[in-house]
Write a protein that binds this ligand. Structure first.
Ligand code: SF4
Length: 331
């Protein structure tokens, strides 16, 4: 039996990079695996990075992330969708893993080194972050973890933690495997450099729930092939980020037409961008309508998360009972 686990960071308004890279995939896996597709908004991870953590914002960001995923199509009645801090067993298992994880292994984690390098005083939680992540996954005995490339090292550590526990206390946990997110697409940032991401600022991202006017304001001035100085200059769509977006949002016919129009100077860049807006509107309008509807009924979002937490606890509680028993605690 496959059981998929994915942690969702409550880092802010999701952008189209999150949508194409992960959120659509969550819905697809949910259709395939039902309640064995486990999606957890990992809010306990947020305070480990003092540069990004704002206690005044955390619950709002958590709610927004839940709302956005539900608007995209994640149904808490069909998959397991909940907030990490509402299932206390995550913290407990994390501690029980912490006590036997060598500090040296944690200090070797690339993400830890990157983040710690920017801090004067390093919180222990930052070092322990991948242990909590291992607990998130193993608490549900999940065997499959869709991740971006930057997380594969953490999954390798989770495998090591599972192996160590099994060796000490008997076969308990599967060794989870990282699956590079299927269908995950690298969505370029609006500046045309690298992947879309919040760290590069609002102007580099297109928000999933951003208004069409605001998206057009950014798109209108987005860089195109610099060879197209005049309208009559032919261009190369393969080096243009607008064309990358066409491949995500436009139908096949439109993609072919704009590629040809670009190469032959048959279409101007503004017209090309207007045609892209048609695809963006078609894709995002229904999602934004569902999000607006959910915003009117916040109780639906919260009830969905509470229901998910209950279902999650139903799996987590017996696993913790097994772990406590094997480790010698009085149950
Ligand atoms: Fe980019 Fe379109 Fe202009 Fe070609 S026509 S350079 S694909 S915006």
């Amino acid at each position: 039996m496959t059981r998929v686990f994915s942690g969702i960071q409550p880092t802010g308004e999701p952008h189209i990079g999150n949508y194409f890279g992960a959120m659509r995939n969550y819905v697809r896996l949910g259709e395939q695996y039902g309640q064995n597709a486990i999606y957890c908004i990992v809010d306990l991870h947020a305070p480990t990075n003092p540069l990004a953590y704002d206690p005044a914002q955390l619950s709002r960001l958590t709610f927004e992330m839940a709302l956005a995923n539900m608007a995209v199509g994640l149904d808490p009645q069909k998959v397991l969708f909940f907030v990490q801090s509402q299932v206390r067993e995550h913290s407990e298992l994390s501690w029980l893993f912490t006590v036997s994880t060598p500090v040296g292994e944690l200090e070797r984690m690339t993400q830890y080194k990157d983040k710690a390098g920017k801090l004067e005083s390093i919180p222990a939680g930052l070092l322990m972050y991948p242990v909590l992540m291992a607990a998130d996954i193993l608490l549900y005995k999940a065997d499959t973890v869709p991740v971006g490339e930057d997380q594969t090292q953490h999954i390798e550590l989770a495998r090591e933690i599972a192996r160590r526990f099994n060796h000490s206390y008997g076969d308990t946990f599967p060794e989870p495997k990282a699956v590079l997110e299927q269908g995950a697409l690298r969505v370029p940032g609006m500046d045309g450099h690298g992947k879309m991401g919040k760290s590069k600022g609002e102007s580099s991202t297109l928000g999933l729930l951003e208004s069409m006017d605001s998206i057009w304001t950014k798109l209108r001035v987005a860089p195109t092939d610099p060879a197209r100085v005049r309208r009559t200059d032919p261009g190369n769509p393969e080096i243009c980020l607008v064309f990358d977006y066409h491949k995500l949002f436009s139908d096949d016919q439109t993609v072919l037409e704009v590629a040809d129009g670009c190469r032959t100077a048959g279409i101007g860049c503004i017209d090309c961008k207007k045609r892209l807006m048609v695809g963006i509107e078609r894709e995002l309008t229904p999602i934004q309508a569902r999000a607006a509807e959910l915003r009117q009924r916040p109780g639906t979002v919260l009830d969905g998360l509470h229901y998910g937490a209950e279902q999650a606890r139903a799996i987590a509680a017996p696993v913790m009972e097994e772990v406590r028993g094997k480790m010698g605690f009085l149950n």
